[in-house]
Design a protein around this ligand. Sequence first.
Ligand SMILES: [Zn+2]
Length: 298
Amino acid sequence: MKRHTAIIASIALSMIVTLSVVAHHAPPAYMQNDWTEPFPAFRIAGNLYYVGSKGLASYLITTTDGHILINSNLEASVPMIRKSVESLGFKFSDIKILLISHAHGDHCAGSAAIKQLTGAKYMVMEGDVEVVESGGKSDFQYGNDPTTLYLPTKVDRVLRDGDRVRLGDATLTARLTPGHTKGCTTWTMRVADTLKMRDVVIVGSPNVNPGYKLVGNTVYPRITEDFEKTFRVLKSLPVDYFLGAHGSYFDLEAKYPRFKLGEIAFFDPTGYKNFVDDREQAFRMELNKQKDTSKVAD
Ligand SMILES: [Zn+2]
């Protein structure tokens, strides 16, 4: 009898544990397969390292005074990022500053956990602050979709366009490239590779997601002007190393094997130019399509 009760109790307990884990870690509906697929951590150039998964990019910038991490990714990504940082010989607890590409769960849902584990200061661009602090609820497009929400996370420093983030001997510049989110941020920095100082660009996102309303968007009236600004900014930046919030932006999978063979594969100003041109063309096509549709509706 006692044994029977113990079994029932243990089944009940495991059900509660399973349910609470599922409730907390349910994968978002927009989830893509390669987002949680591990990828080897490696040094891109100088003090800049790749510590993300196959589909979700994260970057570690090491300095004399601790480290900066760009992108916390999904909640489930945090142990993977930690493993990547440690595999390079760095301490996860030395992360002093946490930054993001933009306030979508695939780049910022892990922020609450990383803040808790490291005590890092969370620095976010103005237009995205309200979104991350509401756990995604105030997002103009996805706020009502519960599968996109994450733990609300307090921002320690509000960034504005052109602000610099400094730690030890490293300086990053936050460039506002809005539209995809209101505070979407492209990070720029300089790194020393074997030859000289180089310009690095980590693109926030230039993408018009499916369902984005570019014409007559009442919750984000400036969206089209903001995308226009993004393409102006992206085209004006000096670029040697081309990186971004997703590996797919800069062909991580194709470039990594070449990089392993000794090629400076991530040094790719031409790839950057092609990517920005392609994304601008996609934006203009979508804008024209929506303008035509709204004319018909008139
Ligand atoms: Zn996004």
